[in-house]
Design a protein around this ligand. Structure first.
Ligand code: 13P
Ligand code: SF4
Length: 305
C-alpha cells in the first residue's frame, strides 16, 4: 500500500468506528494529516475534553493518553504505540512528592502535565509549557513546588519573580542535552536567523533565545513573523513541519540530537492497526486515580483559559 492508500483507509475506518485521532505536533507529517486535532499538550487536552467520539486515539506519549482518559473516563482511549513513554513523566513517584509535601506544607504543588496519572493525584494543579506562566501567576499562593522539570520551572520563575518557586532536579533528556555551544555554532552558521526554543531547554539556552514557548507557540511565532530564517530549539520534526508550511522561509535545527525517540515510535501503520482495533494499548485507570488526578487538570483548564 502507498502512504496515501494507508491514510485513506485510516480516514474511512475512523469515521466507521467513531474514532477521534489526536496527534501531538512532534508526530510525523503523514500522521498529522489524518488527525482530527493536532497541537501542543494544552490544545490536545482542551480538544480531548470537547470531542464527542466514543473512542479517542492518542498519537503521542503515554501521559497524553492518560490525560485524555482522565478528562473523558467514559470513552475508550487508545495509546497508538504502547512503548511511547515520556521519560520525564516517570522521573518522580508519589512517595517522593508526598515526602516533599511534608517538608514544605505551605507550598502548592504545580505539576508539569508531563507526569503520570498517579503522580497527578498528589499535586494541586497541572501546567503545560504554553500555560505555565499564566497559571502560576494566577495562583492564589506565593510558595510553589514545581515538578518535575527544573528548566521549565526556572523559566517560569524568571517570568513570575513575585512567586517563590522551589525546583526539583528533573527534566526532558532530549531538550536538556542542548547547550549554549549548540546555540553559538548555529548562530555562527545562520547569523540572520532568530532563535526559537522550548522552555524544557536549560536556562543557558533559553536566555539566548529570541522567543521561548511551547511547540505550538514556536510554530505560531515563526508563521506570523516577518523574519525569514529561524533556528528551532525543540524536537526536529517542528523545523520540518514549518518548512512545509512556510516554503518562503528557512528553518534550521538547533541540534541534530533533538529527536524524541518515544514520540517517533508511532508509525502510520500503528495508527491504521488501532483504527482496525488490533493495535495500541487501551488506557485503563481506576476511578480513584481518575477523580484525584482530574482535580489538577480541571484546575489547569480553569486557570489557563
Ligand atoms: P508542548 O506542550 O509544547 O507540546 O510540549 C510537550 C512536550 O513533551 C515537549 O517536549
Ligand atoms: Fe518527554 Fe522530552 Fe519527548 Fe517531550 S521531548 S515527550 S518531554 S522526552
Amino acid at each position: 500500500m502507498t502512504i496515501k492508500e494507508v491514510q485513506d483507509e485510516i480516514i474511512r475506518l475512523k469515521k466507521e468506528n467513531d474514532i477521534c485521532i489526536l496527534a501531538h505536533s512532534y508526530q510525523a507529517r503523514e500522521i498529522l494529516e489524518v488527525a482530527d486535532f493536532t497541537g501542543d499538550s494544552y490544545a490536545l487536552s482542551e480538544m480531548a475534553a470537547k470531542a464527542e467520539n466514543s473512542t479517542m486515539l492518542m498519537c503521542g506519549v503515554r501521559f497524553m493518553a492518560e490525560t485524555v482518559k482522565i478528562l473523558s473516563p467514559q470513552k475508550k482511549v487508545i495509546l497508538s504505540n504502547p512503548v511511547a513513554a515520556c521519560p520525564m513523566a516517570e522521573q518522580m513517584d508519589v512517595e517522593l512528592i508526598t515526602q516533599m509535601k511534608e517538608m514544605y506544607p505551605d507550598h502548592v504543588v504545580v505539576a508539569y502535565i508531563n507526569t503520570t496519572a498517579a503522580l497527578k493525584t498528589v499535586c494541586d494543579v497541572c501546567v503545560t509549557s504554553s500555560s505555565a506562566v499564566k497559571i502560576v501567576s494566577r495562583l492564589d499562593a506565593d510558595n510553589i513546588l514545581f515538578i518535575p522539570d527544573c528548566n521549565l520551572g526556572d523559566f517560569v520563575a524568571r517570568q513570575v519573580p513575585e512567586k517563590h518557586i522551589r525546583l526539583v532536579q528533573g527534566g526532558c533528556p532530549v531538550h536538556a542535552a542542548v547547550t549554549s555551544r549548540h546555540v553559538e555554532q548555529a548562530k555562527k552558521l545562520h547569523p540572520d536567523a532568530e532563535l526559537l526554543v522550548h522552555p524544557e531547554c536549560v536556562p543557558a539556552v533559553t536566555s539566548m533565545a529570541d522567543y521561548v514557548g511551547s511547540t505550538s507557540g514556536i510554530m505560531n511565532y515563526a508563521i506570523n513573523s516577518d523574519k525569514k530564517e529561524f533556528i528551532i530549539g525543540t524536537e526536529n520534526s517542528i523545523a520540518e513541519h514549518l518548512q512545509y508550511m512556510c516554503p518562503d522561509k528557512k528553518f534550521y535545527c538547533l541540534s541534530k540530537s533533538l529527536i524524541c525517540e518515544n514520540m517517533k515510535s508511532t508509525t502510520l501503520v500503528d495508527v491504521l492497526n488501532c483504527c482496525k482495533g488490533i493495535g495500541g494499548e487501551e488506557i485503563v485507570l481506576d476511578d480513584d486515580t481518575i477523580s484525584k488526578a482530574r482535580k489538577c487538570i480541571d484546575e489547569m483548564i480553569r486557570l489557563g483559559s
